[in-house]
Design a protein around this ligand. Structure first.
Ligand SMILES: Nc1ncnc2c1ncn2[C@@H]1O[C@H](COP(=O)(O)OP(=O)(O)OP(=O)(O)O)[C@@H](O)[C@H]1O
Ligand SMILES: [Mg+2]
Length: 268
């Protein structure tokens, strides 16, 4: 059998994360109580960064899996592979995390195939076991193993929503865009721009988030503001940076683009 080296999943440098509520404390308590955690919130608001930061804080390896509609339970568990005329078992990311005591982060869990929930259930209640049927092995999770899932409630159709029996196995932490002052600090720090310019980007985002009813599926994310900042830092003029890094990615609707242009004209 091939086992992964935990050290390659350890985050050695502190990932910058500005806490905006009690999420750090709640996560730490959940980890101590061996409870799995569900992070909910819109795209680009800091969920992934938070998990990276927490894994660093707890000094645990972090194994991330981006879930998608073709992801089967076997992709998480592992499979037999043919190597030099021999069949060897290779652990999947979830099995690796369960063995080594890592934080396993399943990003966009609702996208995954339904059979993944079967695997997750015994891991996320007080049994904390992983059953690898193909191998006939039942693994007890390492004491440091922690399961974290994330999803964006805004995108989900009823069909794709998590089942109650799955949801009710997690502690849920709601994420949202940080308040204006904190968001400006994040944009200035991550984008390497001055505070007044960061505040202007955040003001624009606030206006855009207010017009969501007019047809935008989601507001401008903190991530997009950072993109704009990164362009500005390289000499791109403010308005052009906002147009290309914030407005264009948001929508293809011409009428909405005009509304966004009007918002910029008012502000800048
Ligand atoms: N509180 C925060 N502290 C520091 N950086 C932040 C914070 N919130 C957001 N960011 C910045 O915003 C970027 C986008 O955040 P992140 O990738 O964590 O979003 P996400 O919520 O995981 O989005 P998605 O659902 O699309 O995966 C990060 O790379 C980071 O630069
Ligand atoms: Mg993410």
């Amino acid at each position: 059998m091939q086992t992964a080296d935990a050290s390659s999943f350890i985050i050695t440098q502190e990932p910058y994360y500005l806490s905006t509520d009690n999420e750090v404390k709640v996560f730490e308590a959940a980890s101590e109580a061996k409870l799995p955690v569900m992070l909910k919130g819109p795209t680009g608001c800091g969920k992934t960064r938070f998990v990276q930061h927490m894994a660093w804080r707890l000094k645990r390896p972090l194994i991330t899996v981006a879930c998608h509609e073709d992801l089967f339970a076997s992709d998480l568990l592992g499979r037999y592979l043919l190597q030099h005329d021999e069949t060897v078992w290779v652990d999947g990311p979830l099995t690796q995390a369960v063995r080594m005591g890592a934080v396993c982060y399943l990003d966009e869990i609702v996208e995954a195939r339904k059979d993944t929930t079967v695997v997750i259930h015994p891991l996320t209640d007080d049994r904390r076991i992983l059953s690898i049927e193909k191998k006939g092995e039942v693994l007890s999770a390492h004491p440091d193993f922690m399961l974290v899932i994330s999803y964006n409630p805004g995108y989900q159709s009823v069909l794709k929503d998590l089942k109650q029996s799955t949801r009710q196995r997690f502690v849920g932490i709601q994420f949202d865009y940080p308040d204006a002052e904190n968001e400006a600090r994040i944009v200035a720090s991550e984008g390497g721009i001055d505070a007044p310019t960061a505040r202007r980007l955040v003001t624009l985002a606030g206006k855009i988030r207010n017009i969501r009813e007019q047809g935008l599926t989601e507001g401008a994310s903190t991530r997009l503001l950072i993109y704009a900042a990164l362009l500005i830092r390289r000499g791109i003029e403010l308005k052009t940076a906002c147009r290309t890094a914030v407005c264009q990615p948001l929508t293809d609707d011409e009428r909405l683009q005009e509304t966004l242009e009007d918002l910029m004209a008012d502000l800048f």
